[in-house]
Design a protein around this ligand. Structure first.
Ligand code: CXF
Ligand code: ZN
Length: 371
């Protein structure tokens, strides 16, 4: 196996435009696979990393949603072979560490998610012309024609699944869907509020529909999110800018007999919204699942917790990449979940800077990057 020279979008510093450059992608080492990326998609975590949040790791190849075909495999890779179609996952699942065995979390201790921007062994597989080492995002880096990932951090997908749909499953949609299904374990008939109807929030709405929630209230400052929200199962839509000066909390309580919702899902990463997401849940039992990390530090009114409310964070919606993810993939193959409608924009890799601009458009749900 030899080094591959290919095109990638390289970011050299915080908020600097991406440059499409020829980079070198090393052969896969022990336990790794090299992927020919078919397509990638943008997630707001890419935007935060581009801003240098939480760490300014540059130069860097971003991208963690994507789908690819295995081009070569390193030593001791037994369950993945050349030609398999896989999606990168930023957490693994060993199946027998204390966390994997706990039944309480998807955060495997053997194959954890990492903020280092390097492969699990602490090194990079990508370098720019002249040999400068490039940081990865998690251990993925899908804004490249080829990428090396650990075989512990991929999930096989049916090659019949349209690549854009497969790409969406590798982070955003699954995170929202799983937050409802695996983290909150929403019961049939219960009430749900989803704050922020982007790719993650729509995933949460779809998860609530699958769990047969009785009332699914989507909240977004942008009216263009009403239609996709309702298409995926929202029973109500609240635009906080268009409720006559009342707060979203008041309106949600009105919609739920004055009590508030059983579950809320915070998908915006905005502090004021997190406080509303907590306050709109039922006293004594309300559970808020925190998904949007935003800038990291957010002021929260702790008095909201005193009447017995809970906030729980999650990564990848609590979904285990080996035990659970195939169920979401199957629902897409069966057309029970139709994610094609989430792809509002498609661009080529050379238009990646435009792709980041498109994310700000009011009608944008997901931007897919075709390689
Ligand atoms: C990320 C959020 C930060 C922790 C790791 C997972 N999720 C997706 O973008
Ligand atoms: Zn993501």
């Amino acid at each position: 196996m030899s080094t591959i020279t290919c095109k990638a979008a390289v970011c050299w510093g915080p908020d600097e435009p991406f440059k499409i450059e020829q980079i070198q992608v090393d052969p896969p080492r022990l336990g790794e696979v090299r992927l020919k990326i078919l397509c990638s998609s943008l997630c707001h975590t890419d935007v935060l990393r581009w801003h240098g949040i939480p760490l300014p790791l540059f130069p860097r190849v971003l991208g963690h949603e994507g789908v690819g075909v295995v081009e070569s495999v390193g030593d001791e890779v037994t369950d993945i072979k050349v030609g398999d179609t896989v999606i990168p996952t930023f957490i693994g699942e060993c199946g027998d560490c204390p966390n994997c065995e706990s039944g309480k979390t998807n955060l495997c201790r053997t194959h954890p998610f990492s903020f280092s921007g390097l492969m699990p062994d602490g090194t990079s597989r990508m370098s720019a012309a002249g040999g400068r080492s490039l940081y990865h995002l998690f251990s993925c880096s899908t804004f490249s024609e080829y990428a090396v990932v650990s075989a512990h951090y991929v999930a096989k997908v049916d090659p019949g699944l349209p690549p854009p749909v497969a790409s969406l499953l590798s982070c955003g949609f699954t995170t929202g869907f799983g937050a409802v299904w695996k983290e909150a374990k929403v019961e049939a008939g219960s009430s749900v509020a989803v704050f922020g109807l982007g790719g993650v929030g729509i995933g949460a709405v779809a998860g609530a529909k699958m769990m047969e929630a009785g009332r699914i209230i989507g909240i977004d400052v942008n009216d263009k999110k009403r239609e996709p929200g309702e298409a995926f199962g929202a029973t109500d839509f609240v635009n906080p800018g268009k409720i006559g000066g009342r707060s979203a909390v008041e309106v949600i309580k009105e919609l739920t007999g004055g009590l508030g919702v059983d579950y809320s899902f915070e998908c915006s990463g905005v502090a004021a919204v997190l406080n509303e997401a907590i306050e709109c849940t039922k006293v004594g039992s309300g559970l808020t699942i925190l998904i949007g990390a935003g800038q990291g530090v957010m002021p929260v009114n702790v008095r909201l917790f005193l009447p017995g409310r809970t906030v729980k964070g999650c990564v990848f919606g609590g979904v285990k990449p080996r035990s659970d993810l195939h169920l979401v993939i199957d629902k897409c193959l069966d057309k029970e979940l139709q994610l094609e409608g989430l792809v509002t924009h498609e661009v080529g890799l050379e238009d990646i800077n435009h792709a980041f601009e498109l994310l700000k458009q009011p009608d944008c749900l997901k931007v897919v990057i075709k390689m």
